[in-house]
Design a binder for this molecule. Structure first.
Ligand SMILES: Cc1cc2nc3c(=O)[nH]c(=O)nc-3n(C[C@H](O)[C@H](O)[C@H](O)COP(=O)(O)OP(=O)(O)OC[C@H]3O[C@@H](n4cnc5c(N)ncnc54)[C@H](O)[C@@H]3O)c2cc1C
Ligand code: FES
Length: 242
């Protein structure tokens, strides 16, 4: 991991309050799927952790939702400006020797796109079940289909795909699910972890992002602790208490 000054190639709204920022940087060469970078936002002391959506030799892509002032400021940055990145950070999703079902909710979906790419490149079948509140915040469906995934959509208001949660969609579509890789809001991850085996990616407010400040600690069932930023954000289901 290291800091890198990256030039913004584009920073555009792709859905309601959701932006995609493409950055010119060589950090992608060392980035595994499911890892994140800490983005220095002008005017803010703490960096904002954002998952890597796509990584290539000379570009990184991030997809972020405006959650507060920091990400709102990010959304005002223009192509040609420079941002400081720190990363890649965290453990990332494992590359297992099998077909997988990706389960994503909201802005938990972006890291699953690079993950899907790597599984498909390795010759595995990937099903992606994506959940959103409504169709206006639906992201990444087309690019996952273009990569070769079977994509199933769930929206809470029924405006796209199956009405209900990702688990409702799995049931209604009668999808066979064995091993899952999931990222999204905590209630979704809890429901997924109660039903399936696999790996989940967690979020927590972060300060250092490198395991030093203990600001992102989570408990294991046997009373031990893990740092989400360094030991995670991806954990085997059952390894930590949700
Ligand atoms: C490993 C990791 C990967 C992430 N990847 C993405 C991503 O790919 N796309 C994306 O849109 N967001 C992602 N997030 C969440 C993102 O970091 C926060 O939304 C962002 O830092 C909020 O900054 P802000 O200044 O806009 O909001 P703030 O003013 O700091 O907070 C606004 C609201 O967001 C909540 N919030 C702040 N930080 C976090 C956090 N780290 N996790 C959860 N909620 C938070 C606050 O509790 C508050 O309710 C990720 C978080 C982590 C830890
Ligand atoms: S953010 Fe400092 S230990 Fe995780």
């Amino acid at each position: 991991m290291r800091t890198a000054a990256a030039v913004i190639v584009s920073n555009e709204m792709i859905a309601r309050d959701i932006y995609r920022m493409v950055l010119k940087t060589d950090l992608g060469q060392e980035t595994a799927c499911g890892q994140f970078v800490q983005v220095a936002v002008p005017g803010y002391f703490l960096r904002r952790p954002i998952s890597v959506h796509r990584a290539s030799e000379d570009e990184l892509s991030l997809i972020y939702r405006i959650a507060g002032d920091g990400t709102r400021t990010m959304s005002t940055l223009n192509a040609g400006e420079t941002v400081d990145l720190f990363g890649p950070l965290g453990s990332g999703f494992p590359l297992l020797d099998e077909d997988v079902t990706l389960i994503g909710g909201g802005v938990g979906v972006p890291p699953l796109v690079e993950t899907a790419f790597r599984y498909i490149q390795a010759g595995y079948n990937v099903t992606a079940v994506l959940g959103f509140s409504d169709k206006d915040v639906m992201i990444c469906r087309d690019e996952l289909e273009a990569l070769g995934c079977q994509v199933v959509i769930a929206t809470m208001d029924g405006s796209a795909g199956y009405k209900g949660t990702v688990l409702d969609a799995i049931e209604q579509a009668e999808l066979p699910v064995k091993t899952v890789l999931a990222c999204g809001p905590l209630p979704m991850l809890k429901a997924v972890a109660a039903r399936y085996d696999g790996y989940i990616s967690l979020e927590e407010r972060m300060a250092c992002g490198i395991g030093a400040c203990m600001g992102c600690v989570i408990r294991t069932p046997d009373g031990d602790s893990r740092r989400i930023c360094k030991d995670g954000p991806v954990f085997r289901i059952g390894e930590v208490e949700l």
